[in-house]
Design a protein around this ligand. Structure first.
Ligand code: SF4
Length: 332
């Protein structure tokens, strides 16, 4: 057992000053991922900074119509919030399809954004892993890759991003608010997570001295007609093989507005911009949905174990969008 220093700031300014003067510390929210990582000797901080006393646990509607979600709002509270359930149903569904009830009661929004991959080689400290120990190699390259990514991979890492919530936040164009001793900063969700490239140990654009304080959702009428669909090996408490977050508006049989993001297939929550572009103003048909999925997957790199994700992604995109076509607009 290793000793750990434990600090517990009570306001945001005290917290960012503490983070600034304790550069190798880890920030503790719900602890549902970090505690496992420390116990498994994957993370080995000398200090944890417990931020759960900070006043960041409210969901509020701003005068702009944006919804501001404090970084310490628990996942189950966010999923059940009436504003989220009615305006962004895909977000409620994504959260409820992640983890278990007990974990969702503990896990925070900020922690969910920063959760690490569930690549089994990352958690096995006897195996080489560039993400855990840069420069040691990637055991997955010659190993079992059924759960690994097909989009955004590099020769150095092909681990999927594990979060369901982040897939929905990506489709919804959320913004992450962060604070440091240098002041506040806003990071678009599309720029928050990064693909591995040659530095898979770096997973986000959050600086070492920054604290996530909130996530903001824009007012987005199309999101009221949205859905999150998750395909996994068992019906609960499993990570996605493929997931789709989609919002759709159809007018006169054509796609007037669409938002699409994928989980389980990308090294980061994957906004399917090529698929969206292919769909815009085209017919709202299953054939068009499949063509759009093909466009998004054109650059996919598969392994023999995860090649099945190509067809599973096409089918899940079609199945998700199909449910969002209003009955009067069905062409096929
Ligand atoms: Fe490590 Fe990434 Fe390779 Fe998994 S895929 S073993 S996380 S480098």
């Amino acid at each position: 057992m290793r000793p750990l220093n434990y600090l517990r700031p009570t306001d945001v300014q005290e917290a960012v000053k503490t983070i600034f003067v304790t550069p190798d510390a880890k920030i503790l929210g719900g602890g549902t991922n970090l505690v496992d990582l420390i116990r498994s000797d994957i993370e080995h901080p000398d200090t944890v900074i417990d931020v759960t006393s900070l006043p960041l646990n409210e969901v509020t509607e701003l005068p702009t119509g944006n919804i501001r979600i404090g970084a310490l709002v628990r996942n189950s509270h966010l999923a059940a919030h009436p504003l989220v359930r009615t305006r962004y149903p895909m977000l409620t569904q994504a959260i409820l399809m992640g983890a278990s009830g007990q974990l969702r009661n503990m896990a925070t929004v900020g922690g969910n954004l920063l959760q690490r991959t569930r690549c089994h080689y990352f958690y096995d400290t006897t195996m080489p892993c560039n993400k855990r120990e840069p420069g040691t190699g990637c055991a997955a390259r010659t190993g079992f890759t059924r759960n690994h990514a097909i989009l955004g991979t590099s020769p150095h890492c092909m681990a999927t991003h594990a979060s369901d919530m982040c897939v929905a936040l990506t489709a919804l164009d959320a913004t992450v608010e962060v604070e440091s001793t240098r002041g506040p900063r806003r990071i678009p969700m599309s720029e928050f997570h990064v693909t591995p490239g040659s530095t898979p140990q770096l997973e986000s654009t959050l600086a070492e001295d920054e604290l996530i304080t909130a996530v903001e959702l824009p007012p987005l009428p199309v999101a009221a007609n949205s859905r999150y669909r998750k395909v996994r090996d068992r019906s609960s408490y499993a990570f996605a093989l493929v997931s789709v977050a989609a919002a759709l508006r159809v007018e006169s049989g054509r796609v007037a507005e669409v938002r699409l993001a994928l989980g389980g297939v990308g090294t980061r929550p994957w906004r399917a911009l090529k698929a969206e572009e292919t769909l815009k103003q085209g017919p709202a048909t299953e054939e068009a949905f499949r063509t759009a999925a093909e466009a998004e997957l054109a650059d996919a790199i598969t392994q023999p174990d995860n090649e099945f994700k190509l067809e599973l992604t096409r089918r899940t995109v079609v199945a998700t969008l199909r449910t969002l076509i209003p009955p009067a607009e069905h062409l096929s």
